[in-house]
Design a protein around this ligand. Structure first.
Ligand SMILES: [Zn+2]
Length: 200
C-alpha cells in the first residue's frame, strides 16, 4: 500500500525554493530510488496481480531473502506495505511498516475483525498515483508466522489494520478497484486504462 501523503509531490520542482542544494539533491536521489523500486513492482494489468498466492511450506534462506528484498523495496518505493504477489512471487507473504518496525507476515490470517468499518482513501504501489475510498474493518487480529516460522499474533487498529487488510487482499488476487464504490471504480478505471495501452 502506498503512503497517504506523497503522491502529489513527485513532480513539484517549484514549491521548495527555500530548500538548499543539498536537500534538492537528496530529494532527487529519493525520487530516483523510488522510480527504480517501482519498476520492480508489478503494475495494474499484470495477470499475476489477479492470482491467489500459495501457502508457504518451506522456511528457508530463500524466504528470508525474499522478505528482506520486499522490505527494502517497500522503503525505497515509499510504501507502507508490500505483498509478494506484487513482486511476482505467488507465496503468502507480505511486509508492512508499523510503529517504526518492519514486519514480515507469512501465511497471514485475519482471526477476528471488530470496531465496525471505516471508509478512507487508499493507494497501491501497483496502481501508480490512483487513489480511491475503501471500506475496511477498524480493528483486526492478524495471525501468521514470521520469516523464521515463529508464530505471531498482532492486534491492530486504524491505519495498520487497513494496511494488513489491503496486503492480504493482494495474496488473494484482489485489488482496491474491487473494493471501492462503483463511481470511484469508474474514475479509477478511466485513469488506469490509458496506462494499460501505453504499457503494451
Ligand atoms: Zn497494493
Amino acid at each position: 500500500m502506498s503512503r497517504h501523503d506523497h503522491d502529489q509531490h513527485d513532480h513539484d520542482h517549484d514549491e521548495h525554493d527555500d530548500h538548499d542544494e543539498h536537500d534538492e539533491r537528496e530529494q532527487a536521489e529519493q525520487r530516483a530510488l523510488r522510480q527504480i523500486a517501482l519498476s520492480q513492482v508489478r503494475q495494474y494489468g499484470d495477470p499475476v496481480l489477479r492470482m491467489r498466492a500459495n501457502e508457504v511450506e518451506a522456511f528457508d534462506e530463500e524466504l528470508v531473502r525474499l522478505s528482506e528484498r520486499m522490505i527494502s523495496l517497500m522503503h525505497d518505493a515509499d510504501g507502507v506495505g508490500l505483498a509478494a504477489t506484487q513482486v511476482g512471487v505467488l507465496r503468502r507473504v507480505f511486509v508492512f511498516h508499523n510503529e517504526g518496525e518492519d514486519r514480515t507476515i507469512v501465511n497471514p490470517v485475519l482471526s477476528s475483525t471488530g470496531g465496525g468499518t471505516e471508509v478512507d482513501e487508499e493507494g497501491c504501489l501497483s496502481l501508480g498515483p490512483v487513489r480511491m475510498p475503501v471500506e475496511r474493518a477498524v480493528e483486526v487480529t492478524l495471525e501468521g508466522v514470521d520469516a523464521q516460522g515463529t508464530p505471531l499474533r498482532l492486534e491492530l487498529e486504524g491505519l495498520p489494520a487497513r494496511v494488513v487488510q489491503h496486503e492480504l487482499d493482494h495474496l488473494d488476487g484482489k485489488l482496491i478497484v474491487d473494493r471501492t464504490d462503483p463511481e470511484s471504480r469508474r474514475e479509477a478505471m478511466a485513469r488506469l486504462r490509458p496506462r494499460l495501452v501505453l504499457s503494451r
